[in-house]
Design a protein around this ligand. Structure first.
Ligand code: COA
Length: 315
């Protein structure tokens, strides 16, 4: 199979920020507790912006940075659990907004916080079967709509935003070598669907999710490196799903990853689920920390349960 590489990234986040002090006025918590337990200082929440607006903003920025026109796109996937509508999908709305070709697949993908990595792998498979060699992968969430404002264990964690990547598939390029997994579980993390009627809130057993995450992240990293026949030294940059700074710190310590080889933006956005990894990628590219030739190891985990990792190169 021919591999994909990232040609350009983009992001779009709502203007309004909600600080820890803002939350301390709603639930029994404090800036000190949230900062030390999670690393989060603020998060962005939509006011007038919609999920579709965030997707379009991130996708347009990624296409512009990649220098790819909408008509060159061979498939579009939006990884999300919080689209404006179940039907039409966010990806179909994006097809209309961007003027993507009509003879390509556009669909949403739900793998919770691992969604962007699931979508990259799916895109690699799709582009191998497509005459068009560019793909659009978006991770977008409006989790502020799904928060129980009476639950201090969850309402402090989540934020809104979107990140996007335009990928290119070429003969002879190595596969991203995605390692993906899933295990059905509705005890650790749950977001009710139609059964909940109007109101649907994220429910979570934070301590159990934390344990799952600290076991899963290094296991995924090992599997990705083993599959590629590489070691951590062969990786230019490590990108972690931004769920809790302490989870990232544990992985970084275990692999002795130097400060200049990983990145956190959880302090600014909180956990944005499927948007988290592309938000990091987009900031890294903008800051020149990654660029053509960079090899990035990305790792994610989340509801489902799902997990995954991949070695992603930039071109
Ligand atoms: N402010 C103040 N106190 C809080 C609080 C808050 N926002 N949330 C919980 N607490 C309290 C608890 O009630 C508990 O009090 P008690 O000891 O009197 O019972 C105490 O803090 C410790 O709670 P605990 O849940 O054990 O804290 P923790 O260190 O595990 O941190 C999370 C909680 C949610 C931050 C942490 O478990 C976590 O990040 N889990 C992973 C979540 C995640 O990644 N989810 C998404 C997956 S993609």
């Amino acid at each position: 199979m021919n591999g994909i590489k990232i040609k350009g990234t983009g992001r779009c986040v709502p203007e309004k920020t909600v600080t820890n002090d803002d939350l301390a006025r709603i639930v029994d918590t404090s800036d000190q507790w949230i900062t030390t337990r999670t690393g989060i200082r603020r998060r962005h929440h939509c006011t007038t912006e919609t999920h579709a607006n965030l997707c379009a903003g991130a996708a347009k920025a990624a296409l512009a940075r990649a220098g790819v026109a909408p008509e060159q796109v061979g498939a579009c996937i939006v990884a999300t659990v919080s689209a404006d509508t179940a039907v039409p999908s966010a990806a179909c709305l994006l097809q209309r907004e961007l003027g993507l070709p009509e003879d390509i697949p556009c669909f949403d993908l739900n793998a919770a916080c691992t969604g962007f990595l699931y979508a990259l792998h799916t895109m690699e498979c799709l582009l191998n079967a497509s005459p068009r060699k560019f793909g659009l992968v978006v991770g977008a969430e409006v989790l502020s709509r799904l928060i129980n404002w009476e639950d201090r264990g969850t309402c402090i964690l989540f934020g809104d935003g979107a990140g996007a990547a335009v990928v290119e598939c070429r003969e002879g390029w190595p596969s991203i070598g995605a390692v993906l997994g899933s295990r059905g579980d509705d005890e650790l993390l749950r977001l009710p669907g139609l059964e909940a009627g109007e109101r649907s809130f994220i429910q979570m057993d934070g301590t159990k999710v934390f344990k799952f995450a600290v076991e899963t992240v290094p296991r995924c990293m090992d599997q990705v490196l083993q599959k590629a026949g590489m070691t951590a030294e062969d990786v230019d940059f490590f990108v972690f799903h931004q769920a809790n700074a302490r989870i990232i710190d544990l992985a970084v310590r275990k692999y002795r990853i130097p400060t200049e080889k990983y990145y956190k933006n959880i302090q600014e956005y909180g956990n944005t689920s499927a948007a988290s990894i592309p938000l990091v990628l987009s900031e890294l590219e903008e800051q020149g920390k990654v660029g053509p030739g960079s090899r990035v190891l990305a790792v994610g985990f989340g509801g489902g349960l799902t997990w995954g990792g991949a070695l992603i190169e930039f071109v």
